[in-house]
Design a protein around this ligand. Structure first.
Ligand SMILES: C[S@@+](CC[C@H](N)C(=O)[O-])C[C@H]1O[C@@H](n2cnc3c(N)ncnc32)[C@H](O)[C@@H]1O
Length: 217
């Protein structure tokens, strides 16, 4: 099965995605709380010289991409959903945007300085996450970075509490995501980075989202 298993979901969401991430009252409000601040934080965390090649995976409608371009990086965008690519191209017509996903990176001999992503890594199973991180490590020189922000649970108990709360509140879309996508726990994620050859640190950015900053050993 292709790892872009959520393409249909994102093709359907693409046209209204930017409304969802800025809606302070919808069922995803806590997931996207501080969305603009989170994207800016991720772009700042890259902290590499302008002109460095930064590969952004799962660009969606291009909101993080805009932050990365503003910091002078040479961005290569990777996005499996056709409709999302169209939305991103509408905002950023000159963007180097390629069809691909975490496990099928459409790269040739580019010297990649960092891989960056927001709200997307949880579409891979934990096993696939380790494979993807190992492939990224192979493309990075020592000191190269992986900077991701995504939903992570501090523990299984925290995951179950969020699922129960979503059920109680009737947040059917959030509940579906929590039950069908692959949000890792922090200890598991730390192990995956370490096994792939990274030193990693974590910082909580809102109730759901954690920043992971990983440096290739
Ligand atoms: C919730 S959106 C996040 C978009 C954007 N990064 C942001 O922060 O707003 C998740 C994106 O990841 C993409 N995606 C889903 N599965 C993926 C995969 N296996 N590899 C790469 N991207 C994937 C989706 O098509 C979608 O555009």
């Amino acid at each position: 099965m292709s790892v872009a298993r959520f393409n249909e979901r994102f093709d359907q969401w693409a046209a209204t995605y930017d409304e969802t991430v800025t809606d302070p009252t919808g069922e995803y409000a806590e997931v996207f709380a501080g969305y603009s601040r989170i994207l800016a934080r991720v772009a700042d965390e890259v902290a590499l010289p302008p002109g460095s090649v930064v590969v952004e995976i799962g660009v969606g409608t291009g909101n993080l991409t805009r932050e990365l371009l503003a910091r002078g990086y040479r961005v290569i965008g990777v996005e499996p959903s056709r409709e999302m690519r169209q939305q991103a191209k509408r905002k950023l017509p000159d963007l180097d945007l390629r069809d691909g996903d975490f496990l099928h990176l459409p790269l040739s001999d580019e010297r990649v300085a960092a891989f960056v992503s927001t709200y997307a890594f949880h579409h891979l199973t934990d096993e696939e996450k380790e494979t993807a991180l190992t492939q990224m490590a192979a493309r990075l020189a020592p000191g190269g970075k992986v900077v991701f922000a995504d939903t992570v649970f501090a523990s299984e108990e925290e995951r179950q509490a969020c699922i129960e709360e979503a059920r109680r509140k009737g947040h059917v879309h959030l509940l579906r995501d929590l039950e069908t996508e692959f949000y890792p726990t922090l200890p598991v994620l730390e192990t995956l980075y370490r096994r792939a050859g990274f030193a990693v640190s974590f910082e909580r950015l809102n109730r759901y989202v954690w920043l992971s900053t990983a440096v290739r050993r």
